[in-house]
Design a protein around this ligand. Structure first.
Ligand SMILES: NC(=O)c1ccc[n+]([C@@H]2O[C@H](COP(=O)([O-])OP(=O)(O)OC[C@H]3O[C@@H](n4cnc5c(N)ncnc54)[C@H](OP(=O)(O)O)[C@@H]3O)[C@@H](O)[C@H]2O)c1
Length: 330
């Protein structure tokens, strides 16, 4: 699978990416030796677009990815992010978008990753004390210095994206988008399509829930999903209806629920006229191969309609703090 999907600003990536977050503890424990093998397997299978962030594992996720890059830097389009202080496991203590912080965060990421350039550098969350234009000007300075090739933004509103594009081309917006998280379709996705910005849906499998393999009642104490309203017992049990629909579409296509969830996103890209590159994460090598099967899966109009109806019935917010994601600030 050679890189074939063109995001914005001329950034070409593999049609499916790999979400690195799952390789440091966030949805359960991880064996570091196995995690490196999983990363190599993703690249062997043709996934060259690898996603990480400085906060995943409080820096240890980038360090893990550096071990892949040591051997295969040229095979990878590397994306990382700045802005959050803390870690998904321990919680976040601050969000920073001020220029001195951005410059320092980038240098630390470059050091942890053992590389001298990031292909796609994302602002991870908005710090509302800093105008977006000011943050993107600082990010553009990093491009001028040759330390970053392309810029991205995560969980921005349509308005914030427009303002950012007035400063520097934006290659991609990375926000949550899946069968059970469709709020971005209202404003952000149309803005991205209009502005020539690609979309990188995160948590495309609903943090695993859409695959039907997650029992919300038995998540570990440190599992990040325990903090998300739609994983709370009552909501999760109502949301089994969405999983049932995904499962029934999968059964008719001789596919798996994960493949249906990913193929649904690729179909939305075609419907809405913008490049869409989901970044599912997994600790398991065989699931990488399974997820890649989505690229060859075609969903019929009636199946897309059934999945759309199921998504209308989702119970519970995707974030405990509504302003944490774009929807709450629109
Ligand atoms: N920008 C942001 O704010 C933000 C937020 C969240 C995530 N992200 C990025 O997006 C990436 C993906 O999101 P995510 O990890 O939250 O959620 P996801 O990709 O929707 O789901 C990941 C979960 O699904 C399971 N899984 C993967 N493939 C599967 C399959 N074929 N069958 C059954 N289960 C499967 C994994 O479990 P196993 O490990 O057990 O396979 C894992 O727990 C992250 O890795 C990260 O890079 C970004």
């Amino acid at each position: 699978m050679a890189p074939t999907t063109m995001l914005g600003d001329g950034l070409s990536v593999s049609p499916l990416g790999f979400g690195g977050m799952a390789l440091t503890p966030v949805y359960g424990g991880v064996d570091p030796a196995d995690a490196l093998k999983t990363l190599h397997h993703a690249v062997d299978a043709g996934i060259s677009f690898i996603d990480t962030a400085d906060v995943y594992g409080a820096g240890s996720n980038e360090e893990l990815i550096s071990r892949l890059l040591r051997e295969r830097r040229g095979d990878v389009q590397l994306a990382t992010k700045f802005a959050l202080v803390g870690s998904p496991g321990e919680g976040y203590s601050d969000v920073r978008n001020d220029p001195p912080y951005i410059r320092q965060a980038l240098d630390r990421s470059l050091q942890r990753l053992g590389t001298d350039v990031i292909d796609l550098y994302y602002l991870h969350r908005r710090d509302l004390r800093v105008p977006i234009v000011e943050a993107v000007e600082a990010m553009a300075g990093l491009v001028q210095q040759g330390k970053v090739r392309h810029l991205g933004l995560s969980e921005v509103t349509a308005r914030e994206l427009e303002e950012a594009c007035s400063v520097h081309p934006i290659a991609a917006v990375q926000s949550e988008w899946s069968i059970w998280s469709r709020d971005v379709e209202r404003n952000v996705v149309p803005a991205a399509a209009r502005l020539g910005v690609g979309f990188v849906p995160y948590s495309p499998l609903g943090r695993g829930f859409l695959t039907g393999t997650v029992d919300a009642a038995s998540l570990g104490d440190n599992d990040f999903r325990r903090r998300i309203p739609r994983f709370a017992p009552e909501a999760a049990s109502a949301n089994q209806a969405v999983v049932d629909t995904v499962r029934s579409v999968a059964a008719k296509l001789d596919a798996t629920p994960a493949q249906v969830a990913l193929a649904w996103l690729l179909a939305q890209g075609q419907r809405l006229g913008l490049p869409v590159v989901p970044i599912p994460g997994t600790r398991k090598r065989e699931r990488i191969d399974e997820n890649l099967g989505a690229l060859a899966l075609h969903l019929a109009p009636a199946q897309l309609e059934a999945l759309g109806e199921a998504s209308d019935a989702v119970v519970g917010s995707r974030s405990a703090d509504p302003t944490w994601v774009s929807e709450g600030r629109e």
